[in-house]
Write a protein of this length. Structure first.
Length: 319
């Protein structure tokens, strides 16, 4: 399993960490755009064998997606793509990214895109043949409102059969309570399949801000980054399981060392069968103020155990 860890203060870099029984830093990749506020690594995705990596950045002319291919033990920048002027619906292309296992499907969000006069967000669909990424269309449910941030995070099953899309500012159960949409694909056709809410959803929880799904599609991890069970705006992760084609809430994970505004669940990643879970905490102060951290959990049966807490070796304030 490879987990990508982002530092996106201006044009910095991200790290890649490889997991066995523990994690260690193996590589640092710098932004291809040395411009102010490049925000390299704001969103990114990697396929199952780590041969393809996508990462957003601002090259000075606007946001786009950088396409990397693995060559030997490093990832080399190959190309950059974004919608054409006719396809572009907003200014924040790349707000969320997801890749399937082989890396031939990519879903890329613009959380501020305007459709039918509503700035609620949209998710672009791309497919890859060899090294060419081709725009296929959009995903957008009909019940969105301005400011919902549809696409703030996205997850795809291995076969790109299901897409899970967060809308963290959705007001259906209170202001900014959040929501997760599930879309199902048949051929090139995508249809809304299910909407998810946790049992204890409350206003300002921002449910759907972080998402990951096991490769087999059986376990979904959906985060409420400002949920208050462990303290004010600490955050939590909800575990859903696919039971006969319907995702049902099973469990809730909170950090063992909460601190106010930790934002536990700002990002998350899992493996093929949902037995490993990585949870980001954006504002963790363990190494420096708001430098961030990652929690490494493993699952045995229905039991989740924290194995390790991770920090970047060169953590700095506000990373």
């Amino acid at each position: 399993m490879v987990t990508v860890v982002s530092e996106w203060s201006d044009a910095i870099s991200f790290k890649v960490r490889k997991a066995g029984t523990s994690f260690s830093e193996i590589l640092k990749i710098n932004s291809p755009h040395q411009v102010e506020n490049a925000l390299f690594g704001t969103s990114m995705a990697i396929n199952s064998d780590a041969s393809i990596l996508l990462s957003t950045s601002n090259d000075g002319s606007g946001f786009g997606v950088n396409y990397y291919k693995k060559v030997g033990n490093s990832w080399e920048f190959h190309s950059r793509f974004k919608p054409t002027a006719e396809q572009l619906l907003g200014p924040a292309f790349g707000g969320g990214i997801a890749l399937n296992a082989v890396g031939d499907y990519a879903l890329i969000a613009d959380t501020n895109a305007v459709v039918d006069g509503i700035a609620s967000g949209v998710v672009y669909i791309y497919t890859r043949i060899e090294d060419t990424w081709t725009f296929q269309g959009y995903l957008k449910p009909e019940d969105l409102f301005t400011g919902d941030l549809f696409g703030i995070d996205i997850a795809l099953t291995n076969d790109a059969g299901y897409a899970f899309i967060g809308s963290s500012e959705s007001d259906r159960y209170g202001s900014a309570a959040g929501k997760v949409y599930i879309f199902k694909r048949s051929g090139s056709d995508w249809k809304l399949y299910q909407k998810l809410y946790p049992d204890d959803l409350a206003p300002d929880d921002q449910f759907g801000r972080g998402l990951s799904v096991s490769g087999d599609g059986q376990y979904l991890f959906a985060c409420s980054v400002k949920e208050d069970t462990a303290g004010s705006d600490v955050g939590s992760v909800y575990v859903f399981k696919n039971l006969a084609g319907v995702w049902v809430q099973l469990h809730k994970i909170t950090p063992p060392d909460p601190e106010p505004t930790l934002r536990f669940g700002n990002s998350t990643a899992t493996n093929e069968d949902g037995t490993i879970l990585i949870v980001g905490a954006r504002f963790d102060d363990g190494k420096a103020t708001n430098a961030g951290s990652f929690y490494f959990y493993t699952r045995t049966g229905a039991q989740w155990t924290l194995r390790q807490k991770l920090y970047a070796s060169d953590s700095l304030t506000e990373d």
